[in-house]
Design a protein around this ligand. Structure first.
Ligand SMILES: [Zn+2]
Length: 138
């Protein structure tokens, strides 16, 4: 980051960066603005990126072995959710997404197409955004 930009950020904000990182998204707009700070990437592009990095290894491991790694990563995410380490938590989310994309690659599933086909028109049951289905906690 350019030093001037960093200084502006410091003076405009009355909360420290750590507090900022822990603040939940207030609105969909906040979420979208935060996302714009990063390189834009579609789900399919991320899946292609994982293909480029890991496909030759993952295809040797097979669907079963790769699924086991995804399950392990979900366990690690569960542990990170109990802690206070935001960076570790962020990394675990990234790992779960990476292993999910890898598994989709070797199972020959287009994640972006699958996600949009199922959720592109809102909730798959009631077709509303936000979902209007009766709430079930279990
Ligand atoms: Zn619904």
């Amino acid at each position: 980051m350019h030093p001037d930009l960093f200084e502006d950020t410091l003076f405009e904000s009355d909360t420290c960066a750590h507090e900022e990182a822990n603040k939940p998204f207030e609105t969909q707009r906040d979420k979208e603005e935060m996302r714009r700070d990063y390189r834009e990437m579609h789900v399919g592009e991320f899946q292609d990126m994982m293909w480029g990095i890991y496909f030759s290894r993952d295809s040797k491991r097979g669907v079963g072995g790769t699924f086991e790694r995804l399950v392990e990563e979900i366990g690690e995410l569960g542990e990170a959710l109990k802690g206070e380490d935001r960076k570790a938590l962020e990394e675990e989310f990234a790992d779960v997404l990476a292993w999910l994309a890898s598994l989709a690659n070797i199972a020959n599933i287009d994640l972006q197409k699958a996600a949009l086909t199922k959720y592109g028109d809102g909730c798959p049951k009631c077709r509303q955004t936000p979902c209007k289905c009766s709430f079930r906690s279990q």
